[in-house]
Design a protein around this ligand. Structure first.
Ligand code: FES
Length: 109
């Protein structure tokens, strides 16, 4: 697997998210109390940018229709909602994160 440096640790305060681009992939990088995680940024519902949503307790909520994902695994935890209609969403891809000194690296298959 190839690892690519995507950020310095100091760019990502605890409990914040950042959009990084690796090749042609948009990746949401998150710092959860000093541990780093990476999942695909594009919502599996209708493509909302997850990094524009919220991160609380390790759960990312999509800004568009409120689907929720576990930032550690990419697992879908809550359905998207449009009005009274709820729609199942697929899990997000998740990526390996490696720390090398102050550098944050992501491994893409
Ligand atoms: S685009 Fe994310 S919930 Fe609809």
């Amino acid at each position: 697997m190839d690892y690519t440096k995507v950020a310095d640790k100091k760019e990502l305060m605890p409990n914040t998210m950042k959009l990084v681009v690796v090749g042609d992939k948009e990746v949401l990088l998150a710092n959860l109390d000093g541990a780093y995680y990476a999942i695909a940024n594009k919502c599996t519902h209708l493509g909302g940018s997850l990094v524009k949503g919220t991160l609380e307790g390790g759960i990312v909520t999509c800004p568009k229709h409120k689907a929720q994902f576990d930032v550690k695994t990419g697992e879908a935890l809550a359905e998207a909602k449009i009005g009274f209609i709820k729609m199942k969403v697929k899990d997000e891809a998740s990526y390996e994160v490696k720390i090398d000194g102050d550098n944050i690296l992501i491994g893409l298959p």
